[in-house]
Structures are given as C-alpha cells and as structure tokens.
Design a protein around this ligand. Structure first.
Ligand code: DAT
Ligand code: MG
Length: 139
C-alpha cells in the first residue's frame, strides 16, 4: 500500500527568485496539506549526506555547492498517494522535459537548479523527513 506522506525542499534558486509563495500555493491547490515546514540553510555536511546516493556522479560537487548556496524551505506533506502524486506535480528533473503545469516547468532554471525536491519512495520520504525534522516539529 502506498503511503500518505512525502518530503520536499524548495531549493535555493526558487527561494532566491521569490517563488516560495507561488510554489506553496501550487502544492496546496494540488491537495497536499503541510505537516511540517521551515526555512533553513543546509550545511555542507548535511547536503553531502542528503545526496550521498549521488556521490559518484559527476554533478555531485556542483549539487552540494548549489544546495548550500542559500536558504531552502523543508517540508513534510500529506495526501493519499503522496510520493507519486507529488513527483507528478513537480515534473521531470530537467525542466526542459517537464510537463506543462508542473512546478519545475514553471519555476526551475535548469536540470541542476531545478526549484524543488520530492522524495522518490515511501521509504525515502520517511528517511528524508527524519533527517530534517524532530517528531515534535511535525503536527
Ligand atoms: P530528482 O531531483 O528529480 O529526484 P535525481 O534524484 O536524479 O533527480 O537527482 C538529484 C538532483 O541532482 C536533481 O534534482 C538535480 C541534480 N542533478 C541530477 N542529474 C543532474 C545532471 N545530469 N546534471 C546536473 N545536476 C543534476
Ligand atoms: Mg531524486
């Protein structure tokens, strides 16, 4: 059975371009409710750990650099079928391939600077949520 929570980050490019409100509105309009949310800044060690699965990839250093370049919004979202529905809402990793009406199509600058993160499985949604939030921070 699919879970009902996912984890997201509004990434530094989208915070920098003043799109926190627009993106949060799209998330709400798509039927997600917010269970936790904060403005924060990732340390280098946090970003390296969060993206450790990509550490052998050529873009890893650039990714860590970018994710630590400015503040982000971290959030836990709830909806039936949350992981899959949220991946559909954010669109393809590369905004030039993202479908119309998706968050990345509207707000992402490039494949590297792509506005938003969404967990790719129920298991990772839990791991990523626990990475960023204490149980007492979740409503
Ligand atoms: P997604 O964020 O869609 O789950 P991913 O897990 O494959 O994509 O990669 C994580 C992030 O790494 C992605 O959001 C942006 C960056 N990235 C991925 N592939 C890249 C590439 N070919 N060049 C530059 N950055 C890339
Ligand atoms: Mg991913």
């Amino acid at each position: 059975m699919s879970g009902n929570r996912t984890f997201t980050m509004i990434k530094p490019d989208a915070v920098e371009s003043n799109n926190i409100g627009n993106i949060t509105q799209m998330i709400s309009d798509a039927g997600f409710s917010i269970k936790a949310m904060k403005l924060t800044k990732l340390s280098r060690v946090q970003a390296q750990k969060f993206y450790a699965v990509h550490k052998e990839r050529p873009f890893y250093d650039e990714l860590v650099e970018y994710m630590t370049s400015g503040p982000i919004i971290a959030a836990i979202l709830e909806k039936d079928n949350a992981v899959t529905d949220f991946r559909n809402l954010i669109g393809s990793t590369d905004p030039s391939e993202a479908e119309d009406g998706t968050i990345r199509k509207k707000y992402a600058e490039s494949k590297g600077r792509n506005a938003i993160h969404g967990s790719d499985s129920d298991e990772n949604a839990i791991i990523e949520s626990e990475f960023h939030f204490q149980p007492s921070e979740i409503v």
